[in-house]
Unconditional design. Sequence first.
Length: 198
Amino acid sequence: MSVIYDAIMNPTKNELIAAWLPRQEWFQGAQVPVLETVGGFRLDDPADAVGMEFIVVVDNAPQKPVIYHVPLTYRGAALPGGESALLGTSEHSVLGTRWIYDGPEDPVWQEQVRAFLAGTVQAQHQNDSHTLEPLVTVGLSDDEADAVVVDQGAGSKEVRVIRRPVAEGTASSGASSWVASPWLETGQPVRGAVIEFS
């Protein structure tokens, strides 16, 4: 179960995300985002070496705020070959230097997301240690829901992050299943798909 430290990070996660976001092709808005974390969850690494957080932020800089989903992994050493996915490093007041990556490029992230789809791991609360997050669920397409065996090779499914989730949104028409997560939008609780599998 995830342990959430009462710690200071310098730079903060949102500062690293704000510098990284404008370089992404799916970014929409001002060149200097003003970010606020409005939701998310975590998954555990069985080896307890890689932190995984699925962060939903709102960019309040544009006239119409924009919601983004940014999954991150946190490592105590650089990921070999992961330079292109590195958001940066941050000094964690408990754990020391942390290398922070765009989650989908991290093999541990890929493995644990598929394990969540297969039902062998559970989502953890974003901010509370040793606490499950029951509002993070797997949705199934009609074809998948009608299957006798739900886990039809989760390890072989293609994983796509929904970078700009929408309230009550599901996955694209070609997806077999998806992960839905809660966040706050204009102060109200909503939920929608943040990852899809095909």
